[in-house]
Design a protein around this ligand. Structure first.
Ligand SMILES: Nc1ncnc2c1ncn2[C@@H]1O[C@H](COP(=O)(O)OP(=O)(O)O)[C@@H](O)[C@H]1O
Ligand SMILES: [Mg+2]
Length: 510
């Protein structure tokens, strides 16, 4: 007796259909599992056997062969427990084959027959739905994320017995529904930090506004206690809101990483990731024996905050260069390559020297060599990819003590959103969203300079010894500043403002 159940595996952040074929025939009792299973999949034999027994079904005393097709793709994790169990029960005649036709089944089994949640259910349902499957049986724990796929019919199951009763028509389950509108708009903004708390530092706030409006990378340099970390944490509060599709794209990454809590089925805020500087290169970019998205992918569409930038391992920083250009990261492993999205804003903070007080009167006692050693940990190529470099100077007593009202995040965000709207409108046929994503040909089209502006830029190019990339970055940023100004043309004033954001490396970073 042979049965075939449809299930799904994960590669990168996408699902691929897996046919779970189960054959039960006469012979010595045993279960064979083939089709490139990893060790978690191999162990499912024991879980399936015990779960079926403990759900008060007969486990066939026969030779059982399970094949996971396609045989050349690696299958990982315990998500094939449930389809294998259903396949065996179908062969034993407990479940009818028609009841599971055109249905994708996924889930991990406990020894007592209950169905546990698995990672990656959203990408599985998403991909399977695209290839024409409409019915899905998923663990109750994953039902919320699964129902984000509009049009898919989701059945949430808690245990094997309940599933069999449903498939046999004894006790039908209702399709699971969530109010997508409600989770998309759910707002816990009470705990979001606000720019109104930060006194002074107007130049840094302005630079962050530009970064948020054009999705530019930004580096803050300043002495300890000047408020760099405090400012950085407030970046998400001024960034443009996400669309529903972007939320789903981010949620897929968190689903694959097993980082979705039941409470938040949909990630509806831009992520803010701030890994500690002891992080390894592979935790930052993703990888491992069973590849997992790294911090740069978890920060997709959001902010990756690297505090104390020079303290990070050099190789960890260098490895980010390619993702910073491409917006994704490709990891090669023995059993194939995976690509994860990594379209993040790099927000970095550092002290100007080891003691931290360079440029703050005569407080600094570092030698020239110490300073060079410290700052040279950040390579030229990485620095070149950071559009905005801004100085956070030591805060003055009067600023700190002033009761002057500071602009709130909502006010700044308002201007950012207006500038973003202009960009969306301008780039609607170009497949990009932000000025920072402009390619060289698009820069030529959208960042046209007048004669006066060209002369200004030429002088800066020579004085600052800019690279071609630096030149393009200035034009992209100038476009953002003009957009914040609601100005059609890039003027000399816009250019002059952004040129100063490229000149810090002359002062501190050599
Ligand atoms: N501009 C500021 N306005 C208000 N408080 C500030 C400001 N700068 C620093 N602080 C206070 O100092 C603390 C340390 O700031 P922090 O952001 O950690 O400095 P840094 O990262 O530059 O060393 C903050 O938690 C905050 O209480
Ligand atoms: Mg800090």
């Amino acid at each position: 007796m042979l049965s075939k159940i449809t299930s799904c595996g994960i590669i990168g952040v996408d699902g691929f259909l897996v046919g779970v074929e189960v054959d039960v025939s006469n012979g010595l009792p045993a279960i064979d599992l083939v089709g490139l299973p990893d060790s978690a999949v191999k162990e499912s034999r024991e879980r399936v056997r015990t779960a079926i027994k403990n759900s008060e079904f007969q486990f066939p005393v026969k030779r059982i062969t399970v094949n996971l097709a396609p045989a050349d793709m690696k299958k990982e994790g315990p998500c094939f427990d449930l389809p294998i169990a259903v396949g065996i029960l179908t062969c034993s005649g407990i479940i009818s084959a028609e009841s599971v036709a055109d249905t994708m089944i996924t889930g991990e089994l406990s020894l007592d027959g209950s169905v546990n949640g698995v990672n990656g259910v959203l990408p599985m349902v998403y991909s399977a739905f695209k290839s024409g499957i409409t019915k899905f049986i998923v663990p109750k724990d994953n039902a919320d994320e699964a129902s984000l796929v509009q049009g898919a019919k989701i059945y949430a199951v808690e245990n094997l017995k309940q599933l069999c009763d449903h498939l046999n028509g004894q006790k039908n389950l209702e399709p699971y529904c969530v109010n997508i509108e409600q989770i998309f708009c759910s707002d816990d903004s009470k705990d979001i930090l606000d720019f109104a708390d930060v006194k002074g530092q107007e130049n840094v706030k302005r630079a962050m506004e530009i970064a948020a409006a054009g999705y530019h990378n930004i580096l803050m340099v300043g002495p300890p206690g000047s408020g760099k970390t405090m400012l950085a944490k407030r970046m998400p509060s001024i960034m443009p809101d996400l669309t529903f599709d972007e939320c789903v794209e981010i949620t897929k990454i968190y689903s694959v990483s097993g980082l979705l809590s039941n409470k938040s089925a949909l990630i509806n805020k831009r992520p803010f990731r701030s890994p500690h500087h002891t992080i390894s290169a592979s935790a930052l970019t993703g990888g491992g024996r069973i590849p997992k998205p790294g911090e740069i992918s978890l920060a997709n569409k959001g902010v990756l905050f690297l505090d104390e930038l020079p303290e990070f391992a050099r190789n960890a920083l260098e490895i980010m260069r390619q993702p910073l250009e491409d917006g994704d990261v490709t990891i090669s492993r023995v059993n194939g390559t995976v690509t994860y999205p990594a379209d993040f804003m790099l927000l970095a903070a550092m002290n100007p020297c080891p003691c931290g007080y360079l440029g703050d009167g005569d407080k600094c006692h570092c030698t020239q060599n110490e300073i060079i050693k410290y700052t040279s940990k950040i390579s030229g190529p990485l620095l070149d990819r950071i559009d905005i470099q801004v100085e956070a100077s030591a805060i003055k007593y009067d600023d700190l003590n002033s009761s002057e009202r500071q602009e709130s995040s909502a006010e700044i965000k308002n201007r950012v959103i207006q500038a973003h709207k202009l960009q969306l409108e301008r780039y609607k046929d170009d497949n990009i969203q932000f000025n920072s994503q402009l390619t060289a040909p698009l820069i030529e089209r959208y960042c046209v300079l007048g004669q006066k502006e060209q002369a200004l830029l030429k002088a800066a190019f020579d004085r600052l010894n800019l690279s071609a990339r630096g030149y393009h970055k200035i034009l992209k940023m100038a476009r953002t500043v003009a957009d914040l100004d609601q100005s059609e043309n890039i003027t000399a004033r816009h250019l002059a403002e952004v040129i100063q954001y490229r000149s810090l490396d002359r002062k501190y970073l050599m």
